[in-house]
Every structure is written in structure tokens, then in C-alpha cells.
Write a protein that binds this ligand. Structure first.
Ligand code: MTE
Ligand code: MO
Length: 502
């Protein structure tokens, strides 16, 4: 007699072995072919933009962890159900595995740059899963030993199989990770000649404990991308192809890129999904090659008003060609704060464009620049309803004191950041309750392409207070108080905090 509990366990064990085998085979055939990662990628790409927005705002960058855990829970439930069905009729079990195999294979083959053999890990995994199911079902059915022995056989089998799956998944993670990390550690960054370096002016950072540092450390830099497992691209495999509507197609390797003239600049990146007062913004020192130099070489044809930057994982961003050639420091960055790009931030090469939100400019794991037109091509987020043009809006944020905190009465320093990349911040004003707007002190900046710290001394009186900030840019615009959500082209409104002075 085959119990439901036995069926559920057998289903779970079969699924674990199937996934474990698929992951191990995926190590040998390339990370992009794993069914788990492929299915996860399809899910991310097909989730409606609003839901994804919600996920990002709730989980920030932990949304992927939530997705992974959710997927495992759902998979486990299905696997258990298939196992139970298989105890009724064995064929149901194989049919269930077959359905999963079809989904996994379809997902793997549909991924960007999928090799023709992308079906192999799923196929072998499914075959192994079916084999395990058969073994467990027939052994159990024919087993006439006492119940105690039977249970221990099951338990041993279960642990062994689960162990195998865990080893498979951990092994894949470890081997891909190690490969690209070793490559990254071996990168010898070229030195940048002094006249191509934008130095940090003394006093750019007020050093207030609650105020975001002027330069965001790499480990604290916000991370936003659609990659369930970030691409593991080595410098050896990296190529950049500039093609489409160009006079001359250009392909360059990592070694060739490193030989080109480089600049080093502080540039503040911002995500269009950043809410007023939010943290999806960071400032780093980037080193790289000017995009304009590369475009000059390829010679864009008339009418090619959009440069589509494409990641190895298929993500695309569309940037106006004119913006890339207007003299600003748009670059293909290879280093972030003096280190090769962290893998999460686009190793080995990403784009950085001062003044534009990341979704229209900051492609990580960059492998292609395709010259086209806005009329002819919609990039990843444009297809999902976001604006094709993404200039960063003038915004400001209060960091100190913290929202909801209880500072002591007396003199305190209010401080924060304000940004209007590539226009520059000209003024920051703070309002206490309904009082007059007071001009804050602006700290020095290396260029108009970064955020700017500001401070204001205030004689805090006991009681509840509201502090509000607004910034003005060098274009003469003052940050609007009209409240807008991030969708479709960036949030607006004034940042306000509430405190209770003791
Ligand atoms: N390949 C790839 N590049 C990408 C994205 C992505 O999803 N995939 N997201 C973009 C978005 S929306 C932003 S805001 C920035 C974030 O860069 P960061 O993760 O280094 O902060 O990367 C951009 N580059
Ligand atoms: Mo973004």
C-alpha cells in the first residue's frame, strides 16, 4: 500500500534530483541554461510593470530572494502533488515531470543568447527525476519488510537525494561565482593621466553621521536589475559590438578597450523607481572610455537618434545619440571607486551617463551598442510602459535628523543631499513647519554631474516639527511640489520629515 505521505516524499525527492542534476549539467554547459534560472527570468520579464514596481518598493533588491523562495515553495507543492498522483497511477507521475520538462525547456530556449543545447540540462534532469520516481515507487511497492525498515530505507533515500540536490545547486553557484571573481581580482586597472581625473574638492562631505556619504561605498550602492542570477561574464569572453545604423561596424575586446584613453569622473546614478526621500541613488567615481569616442569611430548614420545598449542577458536601454555626443562624460565604465566593477554592478563593462535615469542609460554587463531610432525600437522598460526619455528630475532629501527621531533642543545641523545631474544644484532651501524658506549651505562638488550635500544650522525648540526641503538647479528650475509617482518618468514632490524635539 502506497501512502499519500510516501507519494509526496517521492515526488519531492524526484524533483530535488531533477533540479540538482539539471544544475550540475548547467555548470558544464553554461549557467544561462539552468531551468530554475531560466524560468525565474521568464517570470521576471513577464510580470506586469506595476507588480514589479510594487515588488521593488516592498522588497527593494530582496525581491529576487522573495521570488526564489516563492518559486521553491510552489515547485515543492507541485512535486508533492505529482508524487501523490503517481501512487495512484505511475504514469501520472511521468506526465507531471514531462509538463515541468516542457516548461523548463521552453524557458531555457527562449532566453536571450540561449545556445541550441539549452534544453540538455532540463532533459537530463527530468530523466533523472523520472528514474528516481520509478525506483522509489517500484522498490516501495515490492518491499515486504517490516514497517520500521521500510521507513529507514525511505529516510536514507530521501536524505541522500536531497543532499545531492543541495550539492548540485551550491556547486553551480560556487563554480560560476569563483570563475568570474578570480577574473575580476586579476584585472590590472590602467592608470588615468592626471588631466583626465576629476578630483574630489575638499569639504564635499560634511561627515554628519546620518547624512549619506558623498561617495557611496560599493557595498552600500543600491542595486537594481532584472537578473535573477547576475551574469558571469569574464574579460576574456567580453566583446563590445557597435552595429546597426553605422558607417563602420566596430568590435572591440577587453584588451583593446583598456588601451584606449580613459577618464575618471564622479557621477551620481539614480533609479527612476526612487520615491521622494528614497535610497535608490548613489554616487561613485567611475573610470572608463568615453562613449562619444567609440561612436565617432563607428560613425552613426543620419536618423540614428537612439543608441540601444544591450546586456549579455538581453536587457536593453535606449539613450538619445545626441546626449551621448553632447560633450558630457558618458562612458563605458570598467571601474567603480577605484576597483574593477563589482559583478553586481556590471562587471566587466557598464554604461554610465550623467543626467539620465539608469533604465535609459546605465546598462550593466554591456556587450552591444546598436544604433537605431526611437521610432524603430523600444527598450526593455519602454515596452513595459515607462517613458522613452528619462532625464533625472531635480530632487532633494533630508537625511539628518532622521525622520521620526527625537533630537535634543538647541542647535542641531539639518543635512541632506540634492541632485539635478548635468544641470547642477544652485540652491537648497529648508522650511521648518510653516516658517519661511531658509537657504542651506551648499558643499563643494567636483562637477554638475553629482549630488550635492547641504547643511543648515537650526535652533531646535521642544515639540513636534515638520522639516521640508526643496532644491533649485542651474537651469533656473525649482523642484516642484507637485506629487508624482515614479511611473512613467520619475517621482516628484518635496521631501518632508517629522521629528519631536526633546
Ligand atoms: N543589464 C542590466 N543593466 C541595468 C539594469 C538591468 O536590469 N539589467 N537596470 C538598470 C537600472 S533600472 C538602474 S537604476 C541601474 C542600476 O545600477 P546599479 O545596480 O549599479 O545601481 O542599472 C541599469 N542597468
Ligand atoms: Mo532603475
Amino acid at each position: 500500500m502506497l501512502t499519500r505521505r510516501f507519494g509526496a516524499l517521492a515526488g519531492l525527492a524526484a524533483a530535488a534530483v531533477a533540479l540538482g542534476v539539471a544544475e550540475v549539467v548547467a555548470i558544464l554547459t553554461g549557467a544561462a541554461t539552468s531551468p530554475l534560472v531560466s524560468v525565474g527570468g521568464v517570470v521576471i520579464d513577464s510580470v506586469p510593470a506595476k507588480v514589479k514596481d510594487f515588488a521593488v518598493s516592498v522588497f527593494y533588491t530582496y525581491d529576487k530572494l522573495a521570488l526564489t523562495i516563492g518559486t521553491i515553495v510552489i515547485l515543492a507543492a507541485f512535486a508533492a502533488a505529482i508524487g501523490i498522483l503517481a501512487t495512484k497511477r505511475e504514469i501520472y507521475g511521468y506526465a507531471g515531470i514531462g509538463v515541468f520538462a516542457v516548461v523548463g525547456i521552453a524557458a531555457a530556449l527562449s532566453r536571450h543568447n540561449a545556445p541550441w543545447y539549452a534544453f540538455v540540462p532540463t532533459l537530463l534532469g527530468a530523466a533523472a527525476g523520472a528514474g528516481v520516481l520509478r525506483l522509489l515507487l517500484t522498490r516501495e511497492a515490492g518491499y515486504n519488510a517490516p514497517a520500521g525498515q521500510r521507513r529507514s530505507f525511505l529516510r536514507t533515500a530521501g536524505y541522500t537525494l536531497l543532499g545531492a540536490a543541495v550539492v548540485g545547486i551550491a556547486g553551480r553557484w560556487w563554480s560560476t561565482r569563483r570563475g568570474v571573481e578570480a577574473d575580476r581580482a586579476a584585472v590590472d586597472l590602467p592608470t588615468v593621466p592626471p588631466n583626465t581625473v576629476a578630483p574630489l574638492p575638499p569639504g564635499a562631505d560634511a561627515g554628519l553621521p546620518d547624512l549619506a556619504p558623498f561617495v557611496t561605498p560599493n557595498k552600500d550602492f543600491y542595486q537594481i536589475d532584472t537578473a535573477l542570477v547576475v551574469p558571469q561574464l569574464t574579460t576574456e569572453d567580453w566583446r563590445l559590438r557597435i552595429h546597426g545604423r553605422v558607417e563602420k561596424e566596430v568590435t572591440i575586446s577587453w584588451d583593446e578597450l583598456l588601451k584606449r584613453p580613459m577618464i575618471e569622473r564622479y557621477v551620481t546614478l539614480a533609479c527612476v523607481s526612487n520615491e521622494v526621500g528614497g535610497n535608490l541613488i548613489g554616487n561613485a567615481k567611475w573610470q572608463g572610455v568615453r562613449v562619444a569616442d567609440l561612436l565617432d569611430e563607428a560613425r552613426p548614420k543620419a536618423g540614428a537618434d537612439q543608441v540601444v545598449s544591450r546586456s549579455i542577458d538581453g536587457f536593453t536601454a535606449g539613450t538619445p545619440t545626441a546626449v551621448l555626443r553632447d560633450g558630457r562624460d558618458a562612458m563605458l565604465a570598467i571601474a567603480m571607486n577605484g576597483e574593477p566593477l563589482p559583478v553586481n554592478h556590471g562587471f566587466p563593462v557598464r554604461m554610465v551617463v550623467p543626467g539620465l535615469y539608469g533604465y535609459v542609460s546605465a546598462t550593466k554587463w554591456l556587450v552591444e551598442l546598436e544604433l537605431t531610432s526611437f521610432a524603430d525600437f523600444d527598450a526593455y522598460w519602454i515596452k513595459r510602459g515607462w517613458s522613452a526619455q528619462g532625464p533625472i528630475k531635480t530632487e532633494s532629501r533630508i537625511d539628518a535628523p532622521r525622520d521620526g527621531s527625537n533630537p535634543r533642543a538647541g542647535e542641531i545641523v539639518i543635512g541632506g543631499v540634492a541632485w539635478a545631474q548635468h544641470r547642477g544644484i544652485s540652491k537648497v532651501e529648508v522650511q521648518v513647519d510653516d516658517g519661511p524658506w531658509q537657504a542651506a549651505t551648499l558643499l563643494p562638488v567636483p562637477s554638475i554631474d553629482t549630488w550635492r550635500q547641504w547643511t543648515l544650522k537650526w535652533q531646535a525648540t521642544p515639540g513636534r516639527h515638520r522639516l521640508t526641503v526643496r532644491a533649485s538647479d542651474n537651469g533656473g528650475e525649482t523642484q516642484t511640489d507637485a506629487v508624482a509617482p515614479p511611473d512613467p518618468d520619475g517621482a516628484t514632490g518635496w521631501h518632508s520629515i517629522q521629528i519631536e524635539v526633546k
